[in-house]
Design a protein around this ligand. Structure first.
Ligand SMILES: C[S@@+](CC[C@H](N)C(=O)[O-])C[C@H]1O[C@@H](n2cnc3c(N)ncnc32)[C@H](O)[C@@H]1O
Length: 185
C-alpha cells in the first residue's frame, strides 16, 4: 500500500502506454457490456478510461463497475478523473479500498472480472485467484494479467484448471505480463 501510495502521482505518466498495450492486445472492450464488472487492483482507473474511450457516445452500453484497490492514493486519482469527466448515466462506478486477498463481496456477485498487473503483489497469487473465482458468477469471463517474472507456469496452470472450465494463455513477447483469459466453472 505504501509503495503504491508513494508512486501514485506518476503512475499514469510512467505506465499508461504499457497498460494500454495489454488492454489493446486482449481487446478487452469486447468484454465490457451490460455487466457487473470487477476490476481488482484497479489503480488509477486506466482500464475504465480505456473502456470509456472505446465506447464514447454509445448509449447502448450499460454497466456497473466496481474498482477495488489497496492504495488510497491510487483510488483518489481514479475518483478525481471521474469528477473531471463524469460518467454517462448508464455507467455506474463504485470505488472501494480493499484487499484482493479478502475481497469485500459476497460469492458470485460479478458477471465479468479483470485484474491487470496486480496479483503479483500478493503474498500468494493463488489466494487472489481463488478470491476472484469466489466472487464471480459461474461462466464469468475473467481476464488476469501477471508480471512474467512473478509467474510459475506449472503452478499457475494446475491452479487454473481447478477453477476454470477453460483458460487460454497469452505469452506475447512484447508484453511484460502473461495474460490469461478464463471462464469460471
Ligand atoms: C501495477 S498497478 C496496476 C493497476 C491497474 N490494474 C492498471 O492496469 O493500471 C497494481 C495495483 O495493484 C494494487 N494492489 C497491490 N496489492 C493489492 C492488494 N493486496 N489488494 C488490492 N490492490 C492491490 C496497487 O495499489 C496498484 O494500484
Amino acid at each position: 500500500m505504501e509503495k503504491y501510495d508513494a508512486t501514485a502521482f506518476f503512475y499514469d505518466q510512467r505506465y499508461l502506454p504499457l497498460q494500454l498495450k495489454k488492454y489493446e492486445f486482449m481487446e478487452v472492450h469486447h468484454l465490457f457490456s451490460n455487466t457487473i464488472m470487477l476490476d481488482a487492483g484497479c489503480g488509477t482507473g486506466l482500464l475504465h478510461e480505456h473502456f470509456k474511450n472505446k465506447f464514447q457516445g454509445n448509449v447502448i452500453v450499460k454497466g456497473f463497475h466496481v474498482g477495488v484497490d489497496l492504495s488510497w492514493c491510487m483510488l483518489k486519482l481514479f475518483q478525481e478523473k471521474l469528477q473531471v469527466q463524469p460518467e454517462p448515466k448508464n455507467i455506474v462506478v463504485c470505488l472501494i479500498q480493499g484487499d484482493m486477498d479478502h475481497l469485500p463481496f459476497r460469492d458470485q456477485s460479478f458477471s465479468s472480472a479483470f485484474s491487470f498487473t496486480s496479483l503479483q503483489n500478493l503474498p500468494e497469487i493463488s489466494n487472489g485467484i481463488k478470491e476472484l473465482v469466489r466472487v464471480s458468477k459461474r461462466g464469468t469471463s475473467v481476464l488476469i494479467s501477471i508480471l512474467k517474472k512473478s509467474v510459475n507456469m506449472d503452478t499457475i496452470k494446475s491452479e487454473f484448471s481447478q477453477y476454470f472450465t477453460s483458460f487460454e494463455m497469452f505469452n506475447e513477447e512484447s508484453l511484460e505480463d502473461v495474460i490469461f483469459s478464463c471462464k469460471v466453472k
